[in-house]
Design a protein around this ligand. Structure first.
Ligand SMILES: *Cc1c(COP(=O)(O)O)cnc(C)c1O
Length: 449
């Protein structure tokens, strides 16, 4: 059956897909979520705990270099990390405005404020660029594994990387991360930007000497063209958001880092103290890696939900249809532009839709208009600014209590009122720190239907 025919059948069969076709906010519960133990062996075939540990080790090796180049990381000794904040005032405001209780402790993981490029893409993007630089330098005999990696700041290293190109396709934030880090190391950089990408992100990259190539088409096109052009050039390396394991690993490291922060804040996560995490989702790379890392550490005590724009529920559809990366949101009649520029991906990552098929709890869709309301509310209550895409996470804690699918999920997993009172709910803020002031003013004054 063609995907279009299959999509039609799904829409006829199930209310969730009718909601999606009608662009109504909905919640898809993953029908193939398995108890963690049942997924363990197969998952480790693709990404092992050792791979994640190796990633953390490599980031530690680069820490002296990062600290030297980006003084804002000095506090964390060159490790690139973001705060975990309680947001009780936001919780109260959401409860009041939307008439829904949000049980348990309510927190914001502020990847919106990560050093260097101010978005979750810093985790995967910077890691992949550093790893590539290390691979090249080792191969050329410019460093050994035992060297102090501050060496990467030396002029001869920059000169060497200048003979190499890094390319990436992006809706904006991945381009910023890859672009800023690669340019810093000395690489030539080409960023292929989709039509949804914001002008200020293109301007910022150009100001750093990055070659920005603009497309009138969507994100999938920017990626496929970038990949094709990079493959033609033997000195070019393509950071592939749809398939990359290093990116995935960079994101997965978040879990171990946040475990420490939770402990510092006195948060317990166990069978009696569940944790629910909501992550804004585009192509799936960042939320997929985050999801994977958390499931490996907290197993069935953590529940991960993704949040996608009503116009771009590509990861949801890729998983629900089991057609993975073959799906395009247009198969379900969805076309158009989203104000959630960071999430505007029409087709999902093949890697993430597969590896998270038995790990993800579900996927919420959210209307563009409400993102700006959440954004204003967070600013007013907690004095925290995050970009509209990033606000998609707030639909989760509301609709899990409101929608029947959410209530059913909670019941099925024994998340009783008593347990939820002991729970921690975390919204993942995925971007915002680099947004220029004049753009903030514009966002703050955006009211959509
Ligand atoms: C990229 C991005 C996401 C989601 O990441 P994907 O890897 O595309 O799923 C979420 N929020 C913001 C602000 C982003 O830029």
């Amino acid at each position: 059956m063609s995907i279009k025919e299959y999509a039609k059948e799904m829409i006829e069969r199930d209310q969730v897909f009718r909601d999606i076709a009608e662009q109504t906010e909905t919640l898809w519960i993953n029908d193939k979520l398995l108890p963690f133990e049942m997924t363990d062996a197969l998952c480790q075939l693709v990404v092992t705990d050792e791979d994640i540990e190796d990633t953390e080790r490599r980031l530690h090796k680069f820490a002296p270099y990062i600290k030297k180049c980006f003084p804002e990381t000095a506090e964390d000794d060159g490790l690139i990390e973001s705060p975990l904040a309680d947001i009780p005032e936001m919780k109260r405001a959401l409860e009041e405005k939307y008439g829904t209780e949000i049980p348990g402790r309510f927190m914001l993981k502020m990847d919106s404020h990560l050093p260097i490029a101010g978005s979750v893409k810093v985790r995967g993007g910077i890691y992949e660029v550093l790893k590539h630089a290390e691979d090249l330098a080792l191969e050329a005999g410019l460093i050994t594994e035992d060297d102090n990696y501050e060496r990467f700041a030396d002029d001869d290293m920059k000169e060497f990387f200048g003979k190499h190109t890094v390319q990436v396709g992006s809706t904006g934030n991945l381009g910023l991360s890859i672009g800023i880090m690669s340019a810093f190391l000395g690489f030539k950089v080409k960023v292929h930007m989709s039509a949804d990408a914001r002008q200020w992100k293109k301007d910022m990259l150009r100001s750093k000497g990055v070659d920005v190539i603009e497309y009138e088409e969507d994100y999938s096109k920017a990626v496929s063209e970038g990949r094709r052009l990079s493959d033609l050039d033997p000195t070019s390396y393509f950071v592939d958001d749809e398939y990359s394991l290093p990116l995935f690993l960079g994101y997965a490291v978040a879990a171990g880092r946040m475990k420490k922060q939770l402990e510092e804040k006195g948060v317990t996560v166990d069978g009696d103290h569940p944790m629910i995490i909501y992550v804004p989702c585009g192509v799936g790379g960042a939320p997929g890696g985050v999801c994977y890392g958390f499931k490996r550490l907290f197993k069935d005590d953590v529940h991960i939900f993704f949040c996608e724009p009503t116009l771009f529920p590509s990861v949801l559809l890729g998983m629900a249809s089991d057609r993975f990366n073959e799906v395009n949101v247009s198969d379900f009649g969805l076309t158009g532009m989203s104000a959630a520029d960071g999430l505007a991906c029409a087709s999902p990552s093949g890697l993430v839709t597969r590896i998270c098929r038995n790990l993800l709890s579900g996927d919420f869709t959210v209307r563009d208009a409400i993102l700006f309301d959440y954004m204003r509310m967070l600013k007013a209550t907690e004095d925290i600014f995050i970009e509209p895409s990033s606000c998609a996470a707030f639909i989760g804690p509301l609709n899990i209590m409101k929608l029947d699918a959410g209530k059913t999920y909670l019941e099925k997993h024994g998340l009783t009122a008593e347990k939820l009172a002991n729970a921690t709910q975390v919204c993942w803020a995925t971007g915002g720190r680099l947004v220029p002031d004049e753009i903030w003013d514009k966002y703050m004054n955006t009211y959509l239907e």
